[in-house]
Design a protein around this ligand. Structure first.
Ligand code: 2HA
Ligand code: ZN
Length: 260
């Protein structure tokens, strides 16, 4: 996922980050294998995720480049273990040349917490990238869920199939802290994909394939929107509300009708 995102131009320098919430059986086996290894010190997360207390997360390192993850995972990512209260972490493996988890770790963890609660643990991956066409669009459209959902759904028939719940938008905020984590995780209760205005996109999914797939689809939709609106001020035609309802019926989808 890190490599494909980089190939697609989503990860300039150290842009973007990713995390994977280990399954209970994976965490158990990892803890057993790492039992005799030295652990890092406990460090404050900067927020609290009590429902994830004791869990293990594979997470990219702060300042590390996504393009280097596949070449040298041990240097560029780590396995972080949370304390029982979900307020601190310690490194159990990785970041072997030093470092700490991504600056967006609070957002990753708060997203994991809400998704774990709402999907019964089915969602394990949070992926953040800087896809250029989508970022460009945040300078043009009103920063509202409705405007982005409608604009993106309307670019490709597959869009309402891939994100029938719509897409959330967080207005511009300082990244890296608790405040943006709180705003993002509130929207993650309703959506699987949340835009950060003038910054990028967060995707939550049950697999790396789906997280990557959502990122790529949403960026492609923004690209098509930008092409069309560079060609004409007002497109001649598009998908109708009846069309969306027909897609929802035939694909057995819960489409957010408030966006029609
Ligand atoms: O990891 O993308 O949002 C660098 C970033 C911060
Ligand atoms: Zn970012």
């Amino acid at each position: 996922m890190c490599e494909i995102g980089d190939r697609l131009g989503f990860h300039e320098r150290n842009g973007g980050n990713a995390s994977y919430h280990l399954l209970p059986e994976e965490a158990k086996s990892a803890k057993k294998r790492l039992a005799k290894k030295k652990t890092g010190p406990w460090v404050d997360i900067g927020t609290s995720v009590p429902e994830l207390g004791g869990d293990l997360f594979l997470v990219t390192g702060s300042g590390k480049f996504m393009r280097n993850v596949a070449y040298d995972p041990e240097v560029n990512i780590c396995l972080a273990e949370l304390n029982a209260e979900g307020t601190q972490y310690r490194i159990r493996w990785g970041l072997s040349k030093g470092g700490r988890p991504t600056s967006e770790f609070p957002t990753h963890l708060m997203n994991h917490e809400v998704k774990t609660r709402l999907t019964g643990g089915a969602y394990r991956v949070i992926y953040h990238a800087h896809p250029p066409q989508l970022i460009a669009l945040t300078f043009v459209l009103p920063l509202r869920d409705r405007d982005f959902t409608r604009a993106l759904w309307n670019t490709m028939t597959e869009c309402p199939v891939i994100f029938p719940e719509g897409i959330g938008v967080v207005k511009w905020m300082v990244p890296g802290g608790r405040d943006i984590a709180v705003e993002t995780s509130k929207l993650m209760a309703k959506y699987n994909n949340v835009i950060w205005a003038h910054h990028g996109l967060f995707c939550a999914a049950d697999s790396f394939d789906n997280a990557m797939g959502q990122m790529e689809t949403i960026e492609k939709a923004a690209h098509i929107y930008n092409i069309v609106h560079s060609m004409v001020p007002k497109p001649r035609q598009g998908i109708t509300s009846e069309g969306y309802l027909a897609i929802a019926r035939d694909f057995h989808l819960e489409i957010s009708k408030r966006f029609l």
